[in-house]
Design a binder for this molecule. Structure first.
Ligand SMILES: Nc1ncnc2c1ncn2[C@@H]1O[C@H](COP(=O)(O)OP(=O)(O)OP(=O)(O)O)[C@@H](O)[C@H]1O
Length: 363
């Protein structure tokens, strides 16, 4: 990921020099060590010259000292590394526990073929450690074949709504159900096989172009053809054809022979991955934020072409994108304040959606 690939240096944001007291401690320790070494070598030399010790014994003592010093240094280095790794392990264990707590309890029910209807009934979600719900109560029904746009200002609860819809988490109160089965009763792994989710911080990996598209769900029947179709749907076909090894090109400049796509191309690949899955529930959170107008147009045309076989949800801050949706849902302070078609909502004098449209046109 950008940022994590760069090594830390004085010019890297976030790098800071060690505090001066560390330097003082280091200098004192180095001086003490130097004095001790000189004194020891001096004593051995005096003993050897004075005839109190054989020269061979003094030489052996020096070799033994050097060996034990190196071993001791290694012990300290490995001890520090172990301590550091134990801290990472602690963080990882806490992360797994918190993720399980956020995800909530699940049952064994399997929904064959993915959801045809998703229903939220007075659903709320309160984040761990918070007193008030960040979302809800919200009641809503989504049906296969529909494209729904979710809009609202920052912090309105759009991402939280997505987590509930996709069964990434379960409601704190009320219910979210897929075809009448509460998500708390659904088997999480099989449920997620039906979900394609492009988040704001989409993933990209130093793998081949093909793997970046098929990751998680290769198409064993259509194989390469399905990969090219997904790339065409996001307008990436020509770009990938120009890559040095096309689908086999490694997408990482740091690897020999690798190629680094641009930010917008990475985002197109993330959309291609979601399209390639052909999920029953396709959710895209700001899917075109880094794309040029042509890329954005291709993605939204692709979404429209695919809509019949799935429930499509798009979170967007670009109001124009709402025109393609069958229904627009406006969230404000975690609640649904308006819903309807683009034309219906934009006609509401003093409405929040109308205000957001006006603001976006003023920019
Ligand atoms: N992991 C979390 N822990 C605690 N509170 C959270 C967490 N994630 C979000 N929130 C809070 O929940 C509320 C809704 O956040 P959410 O991310 O759903 O908003 P959003 O509409 O998607 O915002 P944006 O447009 O900025 O992406 C915010 O007040 C936010 O501070």
């Amino acid at each position: 990921m950008p940022g994590t690939r760069r090594s830390a240096s004085a010019s890297t944001p976030g790098w800071c020099p060690p505090p001066p007291q560390y330097l003082v401690v280091y200098l004192i320790a180095a001086a003490c060590s130097g004095v001790f070494v000189v004194a020891t070598y001096g004593a051995l030399a005096a003993l050897a010259v004075g005839g109190y010790m054989a020269i061979a014994a003094a030489g052996t003592a020096i070799v033994a000292m050097r060996t034990s010093t190196a071993a001791l240094s290694q012990l300290v280095v490995y001890g520090a590394a172990m301590f550091q790794h134990a801290l990472y392990l602690g963080d990882y264990t806490n992360f797994v526990k918190e993720a399980a707590a956020m995800s909530g309890p699940r049952g064994p029910q399997v929904i064959e073929g993915g959801p045809e209807k998703i229903r939220l009934e007075e659903a709320t979600y309160t984040y761990p450690g918070k007193d008030e719900p960040s979302l809800g109560p919200v009641s809503l029904t989504l049906t296969r074949g529909e494209v729904i746009a979710v809009v609202g200002e920052n912090g309105a609860g759009k991402s939280t709504l997505i987590r509930l819809l996709t069964s990434l988490t379960v409601p704190s109160s009320g219910a979210v159900s897929w075809d009448g089965i509460p998500t708390t009763d659904c088997d999480q792994r099989t449920a997620w096989q039906h979900v394609g989710l492009v988040t704001q911080s989409y993933g990209y990996w130093p793998f081949s172009t093909r793997e970046n598209v098929t990751l998680g769900q290769p198409d064993p029947v259509r194989g390469e053809e399905a990969v090219w179709d997904a790339l065409s749907a996001v307008g990436m076909r020509e770009a990938v054809e120009a890559f040095p090894q096309q689908l086999d090109t490694l997408l990482a400049r740091s690897i020999w022979g690798g190629h680094e796509p641009s930010g917008g191309q990475w985002q197109r690949l993330a959309c291609a991955r979601a399209f390639h899955r052909r999920p029953r529930l396709l959710v895209m959170d700001e899917p075109t934020s880094a794309m040029d107008p042509r890329g954005e147009h291709m993605v939204f045309t692709g979404l429209r072409d695919m809509k019949q076989d799935r429930i499509t949800v798009i979170v967007t801050h670009r109001m124009e994108n709402c025109r393609l949706a069958d229904r627009v849902i406006v969230l404000d302070g975690g609640k649904i304040t308006e819903q309807g078609t683009y034309d219906e909502l934009v006609a509401v004098e003093g409405g929040r959606f109308r205000e957001l449209v006006d603001l976006s046109q003023d920019r």
